[in-house]
Design a protein around this ligand. Structure first.
Ligand code: SF4
Length: 707
């Protein structure tokens, strides 16, 4: 019967960075029929959020793309074509663009949703085989800040924690993070903490997590950097810093300490809107609890000074010695299922394996492992996502390849995208569906297999590698992204460069070799089965077992945390204190646009632009089906707006229709809208952190009226 599985395959969920393990039950022909969360996996312990339970549904959506589509120049419509015709159009148009405008006139925008072998093959093919220079991924929208902050502070992009730390902390401080709905299984791990922890949530909005916390700190939007410096100032005043640790394991502390003198409680109170007593209360907890852990996500990462804000969190952990011990750490929670893989193997900002493009020795080393000419590896830095978008505007980029992301919906200030699209001579979209806002604008759409229809490795937030398995056949002529990249390499004429990338697992072996000697060394991993049978493996896992981090066993499975010996990845093994004066918000509210708009995740049942989650009736029922805006009751009364009223939210860039949700989750003068509906990014203001170039989705000025 369809309900009696013939076999079960363990696989890793392909939505968020928690990296839950799912048991996929299959019929006699090998097709997945249903799933259940894996009770034996050390990440999720038998739990899954609604998206995980519904992970198979988007594969069976009726609008799955089953053949390539090419836009007919006469009718203007996308029409089915064969793979040979599609590949010929890809090569002919992109080569013509390169011949006319130069090799760097081509670019790709990729994703943190595909397996690391695919993102590595794409990055290698595009940069070493096709001669592209400017490429980026949607991880720029979520994790670029953490990447840069860790790299500068620790010497490598190295989130230090393990999920066991959720259970082993005496105080957990969440800054700009709402794990109750954004990372529900991580939140369940917090709920398993038996140490009666203090849970502090620093967020302008009274989120689900803030409601569940022992203390909510409702600071003014984008005053987080000032607040964190204020905490550091008070910790020094109390003498609650770990001088031994600072002296032995860090650098630049004296300059940081004298910089902090200006962040008096009175100044910080004025600039954050918080009572001085609240500052002291938080500092008392940090100073007196033995194990304090700091956790951040998009509220920090998506800001105009996000890198320094993330580093202000790192500084607090360093100065109080809350790192390398159980239940501590300055811990960035990642967004997408494989954002961590993209950070190591995307080949955009960093050279494959976490190396530097600008470093001659690194290029030579990587070229030798890949068996290619080192001259093929560019020494110049890639533009970031926003610079690629600007490059389209200026005419520098004429051809764009978009892989498994929905730029026309998700990019900040997206109203600009249709106009930019007209400036492109050829745009290719590679996706499971031709119905996304971006695919609808493409010249060529390539049908891609989805999660569950191919295999490869994801790396989750705690640096754990897990294998995502093939449990279902892709429909029609859809192919894995890996197979599409192989076909493109052959059609482009550079297939010989990638002969050793013969399968995802062969690619894994190449990537494994690239990590030898790097902090993310995984040369001790034998292959996919080894990862699977180990319950996932956290990096580092070097071949020399004597230099492997000890696996700290617990009833929850093995876990490894970094920096237990106080040695960091900088040249002198010391972590570095980084800081800068806070800067004003780029677009503060004013008379014409008096509200400040915050955007974010609206529900645990929705995922980003909804291209997959909207395919599930269950998930659609669990979440609002149209765009809403949260407004404080005082503002609603003043404007004569009642619950469920239709309203128009406008910024200097565009308008969005929504319905009003009158609620005290937002403070007076502030609004919140979920990111899952495309109109939101007509409003957002395009400002960027100068170090990570991550966009600031969390603050723009808008006005509101009944419609
Ligand atoms: Fe999947 Fe994340 Fe939900 Fe786990 S928490 S089931 S990884 S979406």
């Amino acid at each position: 019967s369809r309900l009696t599985p013939a076999s079960t395959t363990q696989s890793i969920c392909g939505f968020c960075s928690t990296g839950c393990s799912l048991n996929i039950h299959r019929d006699a022909s090998g097709q997945a029929i249903n799933l259940s969360p894996d009770p034996a996996y050390p990440v999720n312990l038998g739990m899954a959020c609604p998206k995980g339970w519904e992970a198979l549904t988007p594969l069976a959506a009726t609008d799955r793309l089953t053949t390539p589509l090419l836009r007919n120049k006469i009718t203007g419509l996308l029409e089915p074509v064969s793979w040979p015709v599609a590949l010929a159009a890809f090569v002919e148009n992109f080569k013509r663009i390169q011949q006319t405008h130069g090799p760097h006139a081509l670019s790709f925008l990729s994703t943190g949703q595909i397996v690391m072998e695919e993102m590595a093959l794409l990055g290698a093919l595009a940069k070493f085989g096709m001669g592209m220079l400017h490429v980026d991924s949607n991880t720029r929208q979520c994790m670029a800040t953490s990447h840069v902050a860790y790299k500068q502070s620790f010497g490598f992009d190295a989130p230090p924690f393990s999920y066991a730390d959720f259970e082993e902390s005496d105080a957990l401080i969440f800054i700009g993070a709402n794990p109750c709905i954004a990372h529900p299984i991580m939140w369940q791990r917090v709920m398993m903490n038996k140490r009666k922890p203090e849970i502090i949530v620093i967020d302008p909005r009274r989120t689900e997590t803030a409601v569940a916390a022992t203390l909510h700190v409702p600071l003014l939007p984008k005053s987080d950097l000032t607040l964190l410096y204020g905490f550091a100032h008070l910790l020094i005043q109390r003498g609650a810093v770990q001088r031994d640790f600072i002296d032995a394991h860090t650098s630049n502390y004296p300059a940081f300490a004298s910089f902090l003198a200006a962040f008096t409680p009175e100044r910080v109170s004025t600039e954050t809107g918080l009572p001085v007593e609240t500052l002291h209360r938080v500092v008392e907890i940090i100073a007196t609890k033995e194990r304090v852990s700091f956790w951040w996500t998009m509220g920090v990462n998506q800001g105009h000074e996000s890198t320094r804000t993330a580093q202000a969190i790192i500084n607090l952990a360093l100065m109080t010695g809350n790192i390398g011990r159980p239940g501590t750490g300055a811990n960035s929670i990642t967004g997408q299922c494989n954002a961590m893989g993209s950070r190591l193997f995307g080949n955009a900002s960093s050279l494959l394996g976490g190396y530097d493009f600008a470093n001659d020795a690194h290029r030579t080393h990587v070229a030798a492992i890949l068996g290619i000419d080192a001259q093929k590896i560019p020494s110049e830095k890639s533009w970031a996502y926003d610079q690629i978008i600007d490059g389209i505007d200026s005419g520098a980029i004429k051809g764009l390849w978009v892989i498994a992301t929905n730029t026309a919906h998700s990019w900040i200030n997206q109203k600009r995208f249709p106009e930019l699209r007209r400036k492109l001579e050829f745009m290719v979209v590679q996706d499971m569906y031709a119905t996304t806002e971006t695919a609808q604008m493409a010249d060529l759409v390539l049908p891609a297999a989805g999660w569950g229809e191919k295999e490869g490795v994801f790396i989750n937030s705690e640096r754990r590698l897990g294998v995502s398995r093939k449990v279902s056949r892709a429909p029609g002529e859809a192919l894995s992204d890996f197979a599409i990249f192989q076909l493109v390499a052959e059609a482009w004429g550079c297939g010989d460069m990638f002969r050793q990338w013969s399968s995802p697992e062969a690619a894994f072996r190449i990537l494994r070799e690239l990590t030898r000697g790097q902090p993310c060394n995984i040369t001790g991993i034998e292959g996919y089965d080894h990862i699977q049978h180990s319950g996932g493996i956290q990096w580092p896992y070097p071949a020399d077992s004597s230099s492997q981090l000890p696996a700290l066993g617990s009833k929850l499975g093995s876990h490894r945390r970094l920096f237990t010996d106080g040695h960091f990845y900088t040249a002198d093994q010391r972590a570095v204190f980084h800081f800068d004066e806070p800067r004003p918000m780029p677009e503060p509210p004013d008379k014409a646009y008096p509200f400040l708009l915050n955007t974010g995740r609206g529900s645990s049942a929705q995922w980003h632009t909804g291209s997959r989650t909207n395919k599930s009736d269950v998930l659609v029922k669990l979440a609002p089906t149209s765009l809403y805006v949260e407004i404080n009751p005082a503002d609603a009364a003043r404007l004569g707006i009642a619950n469920n009223d239709d309203v128009l939210v406008s910024s200097r860039r565009g308008d969005a229709e929504a319905f009003a949700v009158v609620t005290s989750t937002v403070q007076p003068g502030q609004l919140f809208m979920p990111m899952h509906f495309d109109a939101v990014n007509r409003l957002t203001f395009p400002s960027f952190d100068p170090h990570s170039r991550q966009p600031s989705y969390k603050a723009c000025a808008v006005r509101l009226a009944r419609s």
